[in-house]
Design a protein around this ligand. Structure first.
Ligand code: GCB
Length: 601
């Protein structure tokens, strides 16, 4: 995977978003019948990017399990010959295989990270190319998130379905853009920046990976928002020093433009890449989390990439609305629960000053007493899962390492971290994560175990806990929330001596349902539930953050505990506020809130 395909004077990217030809492969015959040759006599229309599930009137497509096929013609300009040409697929959920002109050019496992195929040799320049992508949505125990295909035999027949252990609909398809890209034959393959601050000087330690045979030198320039050069450097590794640097701050982001140029010995520009970069520091000391040396209290949400009709697809209008709502309500942070979000989302967070906990797609590694079997290869577990998990963390960090908004990695959500085998498994994942990040950000994982049963939390820098007193435990009994939460939080701190973020607390709420005294599912209960939790958080000086579950209502699989999806949103799925939104806004927008949280005793 190379750099995000920003265009420059040496680089081009054609966004292939639009209507593609589409065929669900309900009988699983596509490969045998060579659908990859792209000679289709019939097909449906499909939007890219989109999940395919909710755009159809066909229940079989909504609940489809297996392959679907996408196809479209692609024109590769003759002028691109001699350069490096590649296809970039930003997200094929959950497995993608790509053919160009009938030849397989790449395949990839994992639905939330980009992958590429070099087509420099195989493209038909100055003419049409047949692009075919097969996307498979099957989840098993070798992929994140894990799942299982279940079969039940009855006298009247056999039924088969995809079983999942996570609480969001298994949307699938080409969820993010597909692009045709051109870079020079000798090009910038990757850039790594490590920011630091010394007094009023900001430093960016920059390093570059290049590819290609033309000998070259590297020139670096950092510019401010007016285009003024504020620092320069040269060489594959350089440290740029910006005097009187403006720092990237939560809610008050400042981004410099970093430019890297490859110049030939004869002084010819070979390649140039520019991207926005923020300077900030992150540190944990004792009970506090510091950004730029100031104590930071996380207030915000666990989110989802989810909306009606397009499912999990990138939607710029929706993202802008979400960022506006987060600012409106006074949120300063979010977790990319439960998978890496689009690069465009990360860029918006960087620009808007939204602090991000960047999470892997390891959700639902809960095997309910059978964890040993999955986590320990010697006991029959599949080593493929751990290998894939480590690879996903490495790819995520390669993709997101330069974003100032990312202040912590989350390696998992609610794994069975009280079961034998989970410790060596996560020890390996955490170690690989720390090793992969050049910026050495803190690492966490989100637990739902108890302070006495968890066997992994000492491995993390921050204890992140999902807790639902007054909802899953003692639903409706809100008077119990504050005392039971305080007792539990204190036990987490006593046992692990790390700052604590409550990464999930929330109550399903049907907008328009009013009950006084408060009763579960009513708007009044959501407010009461949040208030009682806040009373507990405010009483614990080691609590450094609160992320309400969830920002907005979202789709789940069908089940008797979900009435039209998960309704714990503070906003509806259409992004309208429930009453709790106004209560949260009052708490989080209070000018003294951040100061009070920072000074908690
Ligand atoms: C959790 C999960 C989240 C669910 C939530 C709920 O603990 O992390 O994915 O949606 O609970 O509402 O049940």
């Amino acid at each position: 995977m190379s750099l995000y395909p920003f265009e420059t004077e040496t680089r081009e990217a054609k966004d292939l978003s639009g209507i593609w030809n589409f065929r669900p492969d309900s009988k699983g015959v596509g490969r045998k019948e060579k659908w990859h040759l792209g000679q289709w006599s019939e097909s449906q229309m499909m939007a890219v990017p989109s999940s395919y599930n909710d755009v159809s009137q066909d229940v079989a497509l909504r609940d489809h399990v297996g392959d679907v096929w996408y196809q479209r013609p692609v024109f590769v300009p003759a002028s691109w010959k001699g350069d490096r040409v590649y296809l970039r697929v930003d997200a094929a959920c959950h497995r993608g295989t790509v053919w160009l002109n009938g030849k397989e050019i790449t395949s990839h496992k994992g639905g939330y990270l980009p992958f590429e195929a070099d087509i420099t040799e195989s493209a038909n320049y100055g003419g049409e190319n047949k692009l075919v992508i097969c996307v498979n949505n099957i989840l098993d125990y070798t992929i994140l998130p894990p799942g299982e295909i279940k079969t039940e035999k009855h006298a009247w027949g056999t039924i088969t379905w995809q079983d999942i252990q996570h609480d969001f609909f298994n949307y699938a398809g080409l969820h993010r853009p597909v692009r045709l890209c051109r870079v020079p034959a000798t090009y910038i393959a990757d850039i790594t920046t490590v920011p630091s601050v010394q007094g009023t000087t900001g430093s960016l330690k920059c390093s570059i990976e290049t590819s290609g045979s033309t000998p070259h030198t590297v020139e670096w320039t950092a510019r401010d928002h007016t285009g003024n050069t504020v620092a320069t450097g040269s060489g594959a590794n350089a440290t740029l020093k910006i005097l009187k640097a403006r720092l990237w701050e939560p809610g008050n982001a400042y981004l410099y433009t970093l430019e890297a140029k490859l110049v030939s010995k004869a002084g010819v520009l070979l390649d140039v890449y520019r991207f926005p970069v923020g300077i900030r520091t992150v540190q944990i000391k004792g009970k506090r989390f510091y950004i730029n040396g100031k104590p930071f209290y996380f207030k915000g949400f666990g989110k989802h990439e989810d909306a009606s009709i397009r499912g999990k697809a990138l939607d710029h209008a929706l993202n802008v609305k979400d960022f506006n709502l987060m600012r409106w309500i006074g949120a300063n942070s979010a977790r990319t629960s439960h998978y890496p979000y689009s690069e465009e989302f990360m860029q918006m967070a960087d620009r808007d000053g939204l602090v991000v906990i960047d999470e892997s797609p390891a959700v639902g590694l809960q095997f309910f007493g059978k964890t040993t079997k999955f986590f320990i290869p010697e006991k029959g577990g599949n080593p493929e899962l751990l290998r894939h998990h480590i690879e996903v963390m490495q790819d995520l960090i390669r993709r997101d390492k330069n974003y100032a908004c990312v202040v912590m990695w989350s390696v998992q959500n609610e794994a069975g971290t009280d079961e034998e085998g989970s410790r060596p498994y996560f020890q390996a994942v955490i170690e690989a994560t720390r090793k992969a990040d050049p910026c050495k950000r803190p690492v966490t994982g989100v637990v739902c175990t108890t302070p006495t049963t968890d066997i992994t939390c000492d491995l993390y820098d921050v204890v992140c806990v999902n807790r639902y007193h007054g909802w899953y435990w003692h639903p409706g009994r809100w008077t119990m929330i504050a005392p039971s939460m305080i007792a539990e939080l204190k036990a987490w701190y006593k046992n692990f001596k790390k700052p604590v973020i409550i990464t999930e607390y929330g109550a399903d709420t049907v907008e328009g349902l009013h009950m006084d005294p408060p009763v579960i599912f009513s708007e009044e209960y959501q407010i009461k539930f949040l208030d009682c939790n806040h009373e507990a958080f405010d009483a614990c000086d080691f609590v450094i953050g609160e992320h309400v579950w969830n920002f907005a209502d979202f789709a789940t699989k069908q089940g008797i505990t979900r009435v039209n999806g998960n309704r714990k949103g503070v906003f509806t799925r259409e992004r309208q506020p429930k009453s709790a939104a106004f209560a949260l806004k009052k708490r989080w927008s209070d000018p003294s809130f951040d100061e009070r949280m920072a000074a908690k005793k």
